[in-house]
Design a protein around this ligand. Structure first.
Ligand SMILES: [Zn+2]
Length: 394
């Protein structure tokens, strides 16, 4: 071996030793994740198996969507309840299953596409609110409900033009066109809307005064005492609009459970049957930022609200409660690494995953949700429950 060969071998050996030494010295870990792109076919839409709808139909329906919540979020909620030996709200549901959230584009979805599937019974593409992949308007369950004399309401801890609530009331191919969605909400037959105004003044987002003016044209704007109109005004459409991130967790005043309780008071005082959409969006926001503490606070708000609507459904006896999610966010796992039996939260991504999500139902008509496989099946069952026609593939 020549001298220069010896020298370069020595240099290479020295550099490897230095590298290993640095890893130990700074406790760095080198992680090689075997990522592999898997080819998936587009999200083809199939007809749902024919269901026999008997006389058992709910008078009222509560649709509760936990944005970004997967089975690990649900497991964490159960664990943080620490109700050893006691029943938990999750155990009360008569149907406990799952659905596949894929969009027409493929195995992944966003809130707009998944909420549109649940609100209309049709699969669509990313960013499409109440529209199919080609931009054609899809009839949503709130429109059918209003035509069938239901009272309808939306409660969200997010902004009111966000994808999930918007898909139940508006039609837009541009998820960012807040002004247009606000005008559609104002022109709709919706009876109640409680939520936030966010990103005010940004592109296509009107300022607060303009937002209040648009919504205030048809809705009576309540103040934060949440006092509902009485007497002859008790059936007037009502709205409460909060600033960005004002309704975050149980420490907010008012918080999601209080808003939901007020909405149930308003709706159950009307003569007609009702459909209430409740959204807890905190799972998605906390999971996008991998913020474990915020996630735990969000789960507490979610569970308190869920306990409240479950209690309402049980006492009322004529109200179907459907709880689900639009997609999983964060690739969350509750793990135990070093200090068993303590739990740690581990995140796999800051985006959405293709994981299937929980679907739970309680009350009259709950059993129809046991046949659900894809997100759009939820919209089809809901359409069947609130109308006299039978809805299948379009
Ligand atoms: Zn998201």
């Amino acid at each position: 071996m020549r001298h220069w060969q010896k020298t370069s071998l020595f240099t290479i050996a020295f550099l490897i030793a230095l590298f290993i030494g640095l890893i130990y010295a700074f406790n760095l870990s080198v992680k090689v994740t075997p990522l592999k792109n898997i080819e998936f076919s587009p999200g083809e839409q199939k007809a749902m198996a024919e269901q026999e709808y008997d006389s058992i139909k709910p008078k009222n329906i509560i649709i509760f969507i936990a944005d970004g919540m997967g089975f690990s979020h649900m497991s964490l909620a159960m664990m943080t309840q620490q109700l050893e030996g006691k029943s938990s709200v999750w155990d009360e549901f008569e149907v406990r299953g799952w659905h596949n959230t894929r969009s027409i584009y493929g195995p992944l979805t966003d809130s707009e596409a998944s909420a549109t599937a649940m609100a209309t019974g049709n699969s669509t593409n990313f960013g499409h609110i109440g529209m199919d992949k080609d931009g054609n308007t899809l009839e949503n369950i709130f429109e059918i409900a209003s035509a069938n004399n239901y009272t309808t309401g939306i409660v969200t801890d997010s902004y009111i033009w966000d994808g999930s609530p918007a898909a139940f009331v508006a039609h837009s191919r541009n998820e960012d066109d807040a002004r247009d969605i606000l005008k559609q909400i104002a022109a709709s037959d919706l009876d109640l809307i409680f939520g936030e105004l966010e990103d005010l003044g940004e592109d296509d987002v009107p300022e607060k005064d303009e937002s209040l003016e648009i919504i205030g044209k048809r809705f009576q704007l309540l103040d934060r005492s949440l006092e509902l109109p009485k007497g002859n005004d008790a059936s007037k459409p009502v709205a409460v609009l909060f600033d960005e991130d004002e309704i975050q967790d149980l420490s907010s005043t008012p918080n999601l459970p209080q808003l939901t309780e007020t909405a149930l008071n308003y709706l159950s005082n009307q003569e007609s049957p009702f459909i209430l959409f409740v959204e807890c969006e905190e799972m998605d926001s906390a999971s996008h930022s991998n913020a474990s503490g915020r996630l735990i606070d969000g789960l507490a708000a979610l569970q308190t609200t869920l306990e409240l609507v479950m209690e309402f459904s049980k006492n009322n006896g004529e109200t179907l409660l459907v709880f689900t999610s639009d997609h999983e966010t964060g690739g969350l796992a509750a793990v135990s690494e070093d200090d068993y039996p303590n739990l740690q939260i581990s995140w796999g991504t800051k985006g959405h995953t293709a994981a299937v999500v929980p679907l739970l139902a309680y009350g009259p008509g709950a059993r129809y949700f046991a046949d659900v496989k894809r997100n759009y099946d939820i919209g089809r069952v809901l359409k069947n429950l609130i109308s006299n026609q039978s809805f299948q593939s379009q």
